[in-house]
Design a protein around this ligand. Structure first.
Ligand code: CO8
Length: 374
């Protein structure tokens, strides 16, 4: 294909919140809440303690970064408490998104004047409007082009990559930022023992460009594939019509206006669906597991990644073949596979082929095969 219309990843950027919560700190806080709840509700079904051993064994997660550690751990709040910012101030999600974008622009040595579009691809939006993407566009000093928000839960970033790649393929843009600010701590029910350990906060950015303007060191996008299949097993019923339905029960221990899931069912259904999607997409591109130097998989559960990588590669993957970041980041929704790619791609050689893959709520899944150019 003409290099004018060939999409590549020119650079990535990452913003990691400074504060981090270990499993021990998290479990201590949850258990204090459970003890308090049990003492105050002697007639209710007692809440059972959480455990560090379970969390690590079931998920592979050891710690997670968050934007407000103190309020998440405080047994009386157990949620981030962020000052509501005025309309003249940048919103927190745009702020962390801008940090990731600036890191990506700097890595590519790209002037913002040469960027045509900003896609904010994330699983939760700061507000209904104006779009975070437009706020990020303004904060970056971009006086031209366009920006919009898109939400496909955990697969938002890979759906964003395909959208940006299609703009390059069609010639409607030459340079597109795909930014994923994920403050998942805001929609995680820290009082739910089954899921209180799952998520963390972060922001990532990808600069997707036409090969003819890309820096020498870049990753060619060989092919993108997206898939959705309706499932009730991961839900978040928070939305603007909650008010019309009669209230938002943010503080109830099992509210469905926060993240809820049937984790076992998700595990069982998503592993074969995603492994097959990768194999089928690879076949269409003439690629098999043996051709893949590295997999940058969605970071939700270490066991899921072990099984998917094994089916795709045909053997148990080493940490080098399928690197983990969820041990210190937990599940950061759409950002997970991008963090893995950002942190674990510089050592690969020109000609090496790899796969970025996301999967999650919807269900939704996306695969992006890439090859290092230089
Ligand atoms: N401590 C101790 N024990 C526990 C705990 C705990 N915290 N939680 C559960 N247990 C117990 C259970 O009570 C159960 O006990 P028993 O056997 O006596 O009934 C036992 O442990 C086993 O429980 P589970 O069957 O639930 O445990 P699993 O082994 O299945 O592990 C996992 C649970 C880790 C959740 C696992 O099922 C998993 O990871 N599944 C995949 C989940 C996944 O990939 N989800 C993706 C969703 S993310 C997404 O799409 C993004 C959406 C947007 C996010 C933004 C908002 C936050």
């Amino acid at each position: 294909m003409n290099s004018e219309f060939t999409p590549v990843i020119s650079a990535t950027g990452l913003f990691t919140p400074e504060e981090s919560i270990s499993n021990a700190e998290l479990v201590e806080s949850y258990n204090a809440y459970a003890d308090k709840y049990n003492a105050e509700n002697p007639d209710a079904e007692p809440l059972t303690h959480s455990s560090v051993e379970f969390i690590e064994k079931a998920s592979g997660i050891k710690s997670r970064h968050v934007v407000d550690k103190a309020s998440v751990l405080n047994a009386d709040t157990m949620a981030p408490r962020l000052r509501e910012r005025g309309n003249e101030e940048i919103s927190i999600m745009a702020e962390i998104g801008v940090k990731a974008c600036k890191a990506a622009l700097e890595a590519a040595n790209r002037d913002i004047a040469d960027v045509d579009a900003v896609l904010c691809a994330a699983s939760n939006m700061q507000r209904a409007y104006p779009a975070m993407a437009v706020e990020i566009q303004a904060e970056l000093g971009m006086e031209h082009g366009f920006a919009f928000d898109m939400n496909v839960a955990c697969s938002s970033a890979t759906f964003g990559i395909q959208t940006a790649a299609d703009y390059i393929r069609s010639g409607s843009a030459k340079s597109v930022l795909v930014v994923s600010p994920e403050i998942t701590s805001g929609h995680l029910n820290w009082r739910d023992r089954d899921s209180h350990f799952i998520f963390g906060d972060v922001a990532t950015a990808l600069l997707i460009e036409a090969k003819d303007i890309a820096p020498t060191s870049h990753w060619e996008i060989l092919g993108t594939h997206l898939k959705t299949q309706f499932s009730n097993n991961i839900r978040n019923n928070f939305g603007f019509l909650n008010r019309a339905h009669g209230g938002i029960e943010q503080d109830s221990p099992n509210t469905d206006k926060l993240f809820i899931q049937e984790g076992r069912k998700v595990f069982k259904e998503v592993v074969p669906m995603v492994a097959q999607m990768i194999i089928d997409h690879g076949e269409k591109l003439g690629l098999s597991g043996a051709d893949l130097r590295r997999l940058w998989l969605h970071q939700a559960n270490a066991g899921m990644n072990r099984l998917i990588a094994q089916r795709v590669l045909g053997h148990e993957a080493s940490e080098d073949e399928s690197p983990t970041v969820l041990d210190t980041y937990a599940n950061t929704s759409s950002a997970g596979s991008i963090i893995a790619f950002h942190k674990h791609s510089a050592d690969l050689a020109a000609g090496d082929t790899g796969l970025i893959c996301s999967f999650g709520a919807g269900y939704s899944a996306g695969s992006v095969f890439v090859r290092k150019a230089a």
